[in-house]
Ligand binder design. Structure first.
Ligand SMILES: [Zn+2]
Length: 291
């Protein structure tokens, strides 16, 4: 039995993996959200080639991060850049896969056993170690005007590996993750439902930037309601390019990162933008203790 301390976020670290992928651990239990390291090239995607998860890269990422403590892998929507590697991470780690019905179909088609697959309806809590995770209904970012690629649900029979269009959205969700008094929101896709955060507070928001449209409206609907002190941008890297051996990352074209930083600087409540290096653990206690 591990002794619980008052400072439950002591030792809590966050590692950004690129795109919307994060690894959270308290040193005893870890979880992953949207892990995606295969990073298929644009030509590969547009040519309709099969997306076969790069198991060597997945194993190497787990080994280099010492992420053997991961007990659950969460998927926020089932587009390939969030979900293509999730089942293989879960299989490699003998972890549970958690998400929508489309996530469950993806997991089964990837060879996961039914008992390791969990459909989590919005509003219900999933507990893993000292973490609790709740799905909140959200909306996908509008990449092409008001539209985006591959909407709708994944329906069986799903054959994998397959091309990008088989990875339909399956609904888009944000996650409220709690651990010993620390509250984080993972908002991985840049749409939102007005009012989705009413009555919810969070210290930190991990915020997807790709396809966000009006930045001020986005921040007003996601950051302001929850009163976050810290915003960590996600999904701003060019996910068609590999990150193997890299400490820095190429930005997605048109991501307007400087405009985003400035918009955060004029929010009514002081909000710090923290931009972690890719694959470098960040202590959440250090972040939150800094004034
Ligand atoms: Zn998407």
């Amino acid at each position: 039995m591990v002794m619980k301390t008052v400072n439950m976020h002591k030792g809590l670290t966050l590692t950004w993996m690129g795109v919307a992928g994060i690894y959270l651990t308290d040193g005893i239990t870890g979880l992953l959200v949207d892990p995606y390291v295969s990073r298929f090239g644009l030509f590969h995607i547009l040519s309709g080639l099969s997306l076969r998860p790069d198991r060597k890269r997945i194993a190497s990422w787990i080994g280099s991060q010492g992420a053997g403590d991961v007990r659950a892998v969460f998927v926020t929507h089932t587009h390939f850049d969030h979900a293509a590697d999730a089942s293989d991470f879960a299989l490699a780690l003998d972890a549970a896969l958690v998400g929508s019905k489309s996530t469950a179909i993806l997991g089964a088609a990837s060879g996961m056993r039914d008992e390791r697959i969990n459909i989590l309806p919005p509003g219900e809590e999933y507990h893993v170690g000292e973490f609790s995770v709740r799905y909140l209904e959200s909306r996908h970012g509008p990449i092409l005007g008001n539209r985006y690629l591959y909407p709708g649900e994944i329906t069986p029979p799903l054959r994998l590996p397959g091309p990008a269009f088989r990875y339909r959205e399956g609904g888009t969700f944000s996650l409220l993750i709690r651990h010993g008094g620390v509250k984080l929101i993972h908002h991985g896709s840049a749409g939102y439902l007005p009012g989705m955060y009413s009555g919810i507070e969070a210290d930190i928001v991990l915020l997807g930037l790709a396809g966000r449209g009006d930045t001020h409206a986005y921040l007003e609907n996601v950051i302001c309601p929850v009163g976050a002190r810290i915003v960590i941008p996600l999904h701003h890297d060019n996910f068609f390019r590999s990150l193997v051996g890299k400490k820095t990352f190429p930005l997605l074209p048109g991501i307007r990162l400087e405009e985003f930083r400035k918009a955060c600087g004029v929010l009514p409540a002081p909000t710090r933008v923290v931009e972690p290096a890719v694959n470098e653990p960040v202590s959440l206690r250090d972040l939150l203790d800094r004034p």
